[in-house]
Design a protein around this ligand. Structure first.
Ligand code: NAD
Length: 477
C-alpha cells in the first residue's frame, strides 16, 4: 500500500474524496501534514445505505469466512506496519515504538478475536419441543473512536461487530483520521463492498451519526461528557449503545514494595502515551512508610525520560495530541499553581513549538483538589500519602468514574484482597493496562455502559433470539 498523502473515505466499496476537507496537524510541530475529507450529511446517508445493503449478505456469510476476512485484515496491517507506524506518530504524536506497538496490537486484535464463537444454548430438548437461544447480528453499527489510540480502539469495535455479522460505518476522531483512512484502503481490498465504511469529518458528524435512524447500534469510545450526549441522542430510536468512557484510575502502593525496583514501572503506569490513556494511573496513593523514598525515586526516574518529537530516535514521551487537550492540561496545572500545591517536577509550559507539557508530578495535593478529582488525560500525576487501607479504598471509590485501578505489593494475596474492594471495571495487581481481546473490558459507574472484548463484548453486537420448535404437534398429520 502507498502511504502517499492521499486520503479518501470508503463508502460502499468506493473511495470518496468529498467536497470540503479539513487539516490534520502534527502535534509535535503544529504544522498541517495532510487534509482529510469533511463528510456531509449526504455522505453519511450514503454510508448507512451501503452498510444496510451489505448487511444481509455479510450476516449470511458463514462465520468461518468472516473470520478468514478478519485474519486477512490483521495480516494486511502487519504487512504495512512501517507505513502505519510513521503515519500514526505524525498525526497522534506518540513515539515511534509506541505507535508500532499500537499498530501491531490493532493487527493482533483482529486476528485474536477470531478465537471466539457465538454460543447457542439448548434450553429444552424434550419429547414436546426443542428450545434454543442464539445470538444474531444487530444490523448496522455506527462506531465512533477517540484520538488517543486511533488504530487499536477502532479495532476493538471492528473485530467483534464484523465477526458477529454486522456491517459498520466507522468514524475516527478529526484529530487522528489518517491511519483509519489508510486502514479503509485495506478493507476495500479484503471485505465485500459496504461491510466496512469509513467516513471523516468535523464536530457535527458524530451527532449526525448518533441521531441517524439507520443505525441499530452506536459503539462509542471517548469522554464521559460526550458519552452522555451519545446516549441521549441514541434514545429516540432506542439504538443499542456501548460506551467506553473516561476514568480516574487510582493506584494503591503498599509499604512492602521494593521502592527502587518499582519506581520505573509506576512512572509508566501514569505516563505511557503522555498520560493520554483512559486506564492510565491518574492518582497514585502511596503508603506513608515509603512515601518519601518512593516519591523521590519516581521523580529521579522522571528526570531521565526524554520528551520530544515522537519521530526522533530516543523520544520516550511525545506531545499532547491536540490544542484543546493541551489547553485543558495547562489549565489544570495553572489551578494547582494558583492553589499553591508543591510541584516535584514540571509545572511550566514548554516554550517550544508543539503541544509539549513537561512531565509534571505533584507532592500530596489535597484529596478534594481538581488534579486528584478530575481526569487530567495528560502528563500530570498527583502522588498522595495514605496510612489506612479502609480510608484509601474509600478515597479510590469516591468517584463517579470506575474504569480501572491497581494495587501494588509484595504480599500478593493481600494486594489481591484489596484489589477486589475497588469499584471499577478492571483492577490489576502488580501490573496495569494489560488488556486482552479475550477478556471483557468496560467501565463501572460513569466510566461506561457495556463492555468490549471477550465473549461478553462480542455478544453486545448481537440480539438474543430464542427459537422454540414444537415436536409432534396435534395438527401435524
Ligand atoms: P471525545 O468524547 O471528545 O471524542 C470522542 C469521539 O466522539 C471523537 O470521534 C469525536 O469526534 C466524537 N464526538 C464528539 N462529540 C460528539 C457528539 N456530541 N456525538 C457523537 N460523537 C461525538 O473524546 P476524546 O477527547 O477523543 O478522547 C479522550 C476521552 O476518551 C478521555 O476521557 C478518555 O478517558 C476516553 N477514553 C476512553 C476509553 C475507554 O475504553 N473507556 C478509551 C480511550 C479513551
Amino acid at each position: 500500500m502507498e502511504f502517499n498523502g492521499t486520503y479518501r473515505m470508503l463508502i460502499g466499496g468506493e473511495f470518496v474524496a468529498g467536497g470540503a476537507t479539513f487539516d490534520v496537524i502534527n502535534p509535535a510541530t503544529e504544522e498541517a501534514i495532510a487534509s482529510a475529507p469533511d463528510a456531509t450529511q449526504a455522505d453519511l446517508d450514503a454510508a448507512v445505505v451501503a452498510a444496510r445493503k451489505a448487511f444481509p449478505g455479510w450476516a449470511g456469510t458463514p462465520i468461518e469466512e468472516r473470520k478468514a476476512k478478519l485474519n486477512a485484515l490483521g495480516d494486511a496491517i502487519f504487512a504495512n506496519l512501517d507505513g502505519f507506524t510513521r503515519l500514526l506518530t505524525s498525526e497522534q504524536g506518540k513515539p515511534h515504538h509506541e505507535a508500532q506497538g499500537e499498530c501491531m496490537g490493532a493487527g493482533y486484535w483482529l486476528k485474536a478475536f477470531t478465537a471466539l464463537d457465538l454460543p447457542e444454548t439448548v434450553n429444552e430438548d424434550s419429547d414436546e419441543r426443542i428450545s434454543i437461544t442464539r445470538h444474531v447480528p444487530l444490523g448496522v453499527v455506527g462506531a465512533i473512536a477517540p484520538w488517543n489510540f486511533p488504530m487499536i480502539l477502532a479495532m476493538f469495535k471492528v473485530a467483534p461487530a464484523l465477526l458477529a455479522g454486522n456491517t459498520m460505518v466507522l468514524k475516527p476522531s478529526p484529530f487522528t483520521p489518517l491511519s483509519t483512512l489508510k486502514f479503509a484502503e485495506l478493507a476495500a481490498e479484503i471485505l465485500p463492498a459496504g461491510v466496512l465504511n469509513v467516513i471523516t469529518g468535523g464536530d457535527s458528524l458524530g451527532p449526525w451519526m448518533t441521531a441517524h435512524p439507520g443505525f441499530d447500534k452506536i459503539s462509542f469510545t471517548g469522554s464521559t461528557q460526550t458519552g452522555r450526549r451519545v446516549m441521549a441522542s441514541a434514545a429516540p430510536t432506542l439504538k443499542r449503545v456501548t460506551l467506553e468512557l473516561g476514568g480516574n484510575d487510582a493506584a494503591i502502593v503498599m509499604p512492602d514494595v521494593d521502592v527502587e525496583k518499582i519506581a520505573e514501572q509506576l512512572f509508566w503506569a501514569a505516563f505511557t502515551n503522555n498520560g493520554q490513556i483512559c486506564i492510565a494511573t491518574k492518582r497514585m496513593y502511596i503508603h506513608k512508610d515509603i512515601y518519601e523514598p518512593l516519591r523521590d525515586a519516581i521523580v529521579a526516574y522522571a528526570k531521565t525520560v526524554k520528551v520530544g518529537d515522537g519521530s526522533e530516535q530516543g523520544t520516550q514521551i511525545g506531545p499532547i495530541n491536540n490544542s484543546q487537550q493541551y489547553a485543558r492540561v495547562l489549565e489544570l496545572i495553572q489551578d494547582a499553581r494558583d492553589k499553591g500545591y508543591t510541584f516535584l517536577t514540571g509545572g511550566e509550559k514548554a516554550e517550544v513549538p508543539g503541544y509539549f507539557v513537561p512531565i509534571t508530578i505533584l507532592d500530596n495535593p489535597p484529596e478534594d483538589s481538581r488534579i486528584v478529582q478530575e481526569e487530567q488525560f495528560g502528563p500530570v500525576l498527583p502522588l498522595i500519602r495514605f496510612d489506612d487501607y479502609d480510608d484509601v479504598i474509600a478515597r479510590a471509590n469516591a468517584s463517579d468514574y470506575g474504569l480501572g485501578g491497581s494495587v501494588w505489593g509484595s504480599d500478593e494475596d493481600k494486594a489481591f484482597e484489596l484489589a477486589q474492594r475497588i469499584q471499577s471495571g478492571t483492577v490489576w495487581v502488580n501490573e496495569t493496562q494489560h488488556l486482552s481481546p479475550l477478556a471483557a473490558f468496560g467501565g463501572m459507574k460513569q466510566s461506561g455502559v457495556g463492555v468490549e472484548g471477550g465473549l461478553e463484548g462480542l455478544l453486545e453486537y448481537t440480539a438474543t433470539q430464542t427459537l422454540v420448535r414444537r415436536k409432534k404437534a396435534a395438527f401435524v398429520s
